[in-house]
Design a protein around this ligand. Structure first.
Ligand code: UD1
Ligand code: CA
Length: 451
């Protein structure tokens, strides 16, 4: 049975006190919206519709960055969750199978939970995801008898007895797409909030003689983000889960509580991650690679057996082949380092390609930016770049070539050549004692003048 997703993301998130639409606030270096989309993606959805409203353009753009094929629709006025779901109806017309409603501000629903809901759909026309709340607060309450759901009552409309119920609505709902839309269209707004409640579809389904069922999940999965404090709590929850997963997958984390993962971080088995390592988006690390302490990694790939850090910064487009060594205080951006390259210390490589087994000396800089444009540096195989070489791009250094320490390389270096781009040294015999005598005399004269 195929399934489509409707992800609600029109809300403003007033309590975030922010100009940024709520679903674009980040957890694990990724917008909240991407977390919801990732959970849904595990179901291989037929169609995914994101319902936007506040900051519609930015939200749609972010949704497309995660999934090019996503469809978006604008809910001009936020009239309630049923009204929001209905906006997706034209995009789901003629699409067979189920539709599942997710919230863009609820990042932790697990794919397994969504699969359990789809399985429950075999027994019920409408399936709602519920949870037992430690503090049920203002959640909608589920009036149920075992797995059979009778209705959902919103906190604002609930009686004292109903508010005493601790079984709560997560908001995630699933049903046959056509049925779901038909029920949403029948929902009215005669309630305490004057909104079109998605939750009303349960009672409407029951009135038609359809069955409504309940699937339960852990409360942690339904954690929503409404405030900055909840955003911080969500970050902590995400990191705790990501660390536990990495350990489970056979990654060594020397000090797990100091490592910060991104939603899309991939780390292979037997990789070792030291303390205080920060992952931005787009990092993949292969098996048996090692990242030592205090590294910042973003948009980069580290191959098997490579070692990085401590104190290294890999920026977008850094590609490290097998057995590459990147040492301390090295920054690499948009550069490919072929197998066995060594960059031990204090170096910037940007917009570059370095051939296999080349050694880059301490203090080397690719001068890639002329103030207006970026230029490439290409270094061949088995080359030796002397310490403190400035490679003024565009420039090419051939295979097996060498640059002398302190060289400013402005012209291409042929293969096997030695390039010396520095002033010639002169030695003045016996000059040092004479020079110091003169300087000391000068100092004494000045001191006397001040008396
Ligand atoms: C909703 C549920 C409640 C449940 C709670 C779980 C309803 C009526 N109530 O309440 O039973 O316990 O979620 O968190 O569904 N949205 C739109 N357009 C709208 C309204 C909302 O896109 O017109 C989006 C919001 O951006 C948000 C989600 O839908 O992502 C939920 O809306 P929200 O107003 O937070 O619902 P709650 O009052 O929390
Ligand atoms: Ca909410």
């Amino acid at each position: 049975m195929s399934v489509s997703l409707v992800i609600l993301a029109a809300g403003q998130g007033t309590r975030m006190n922010s100009d940024l639409p709520k679903v674009l606030h980040k957890v694990g270096a990724a917008p909240l919206l991407h977390h919801a989309m990732q959970a849904g993606r595990a179901l291989s959805p037929e169609v995914t519709v994101v319902v936007t409203g506040h900051g519609a353009e930015a939200v749609a753009k972010s949704a497309r960055a995660f999934d090019e094929e996503v469809q978006t629709v604008v809910q001009e006025e936020q009239k309630g969750t049923a009204h929001a779901v209905l906006q997706a109806a034209p995009l789901l017309e003629g699409v067979a199978g189920d539709a599942l409603v997710l919230y863009g501000d609820t990042p932790f629903i697990r794919a397994e939970t969504l699969e359990a809901m789809l399985a429950a759909r075999k027994r019920h026309a409408v399936v709602v995801l519920g949870f037992h709340a430690a503090d049920p607060g203002r959640y909608g309450r589920l009036i149920a008898d075992g797995e059979a759901l009778e209705r959902i009552v919103e906190w604002k409309d609930a009686t004292e007895a109903e508010r005493a119920v601790t079984l709560c609505n997560s908001g995630v709902v699933c049903g046959e797409a056509a049925t779901l839309m038909r029920l949403c269209a029948a929902v009215g707004n005669q309630n305490a909030a004057g909104e079109f409640y998605l939750t009303d579809i349960v009672a409407l389904a029951r009135a038609e003689g359809l069955s409504a069922g309940l699937v339960l999940c852990d409360e942690a999965e339904t954690m929503g983000v409404n405030t900055r404090a909840q955003l911080a709590a969500a970050e902590a929850a995400f990191q705790a889960r990501a660390r536990a997963e990495a350990l489970e997958n056979g990654v060594t984390l020397t000090a797990p509580e100091t490592v910060f993962f991104a939603l899309d971080t991939v780390v292979g088995r037997d990789a070792v991650i030291g303390p205080n390592v920060i992952f931005g988006p787009g990092v993949t690390i292969e098996s048996e690679a090692e990242v030592k302490g205090f590294c910042h990694l973003e948009g980069c790939h580290i191959s098997r057996g490579a070692t990085v850090g401590p104190f290294a910064r890999l920026r977008p487009g850094a590609e490290l082949a097998e057995d590459v060594h990147v040492g301390n205080f090295v920054e690499i951006k948009n550069a490919i380092l072929d197998e066995g390259v060594k960059v031990g210390h204090l170096t910037y490589l940007g917009d570059a390609h370095v051939g296999e087994h080349t050694n880059i000396g301490a203090g080397t800089v690719t001068c890639n930016y002329d103030g207006v444009m970026k230029h490439r540096t290409v270094i061949g195989k088995r080359a030796f770049i002397g310490s403190d070489t400035m490679l003024v791009a565009p420039v090419t250094v051939g295979d097996d070539a060498l640059t002398g320490s302190g060289s400013v390389i402005t012209e291409d270096v042929p293969a096997e050549a030695v390039a010396l781009g520095r002033a010639k040294q002169v030695n003045k015999a016996g000059l040092k004692p004479k020079l110091f005598e003169k300087l000391k005399a000068e100092k004494a004269k000045r001191a006397k003048g001040q008396e």
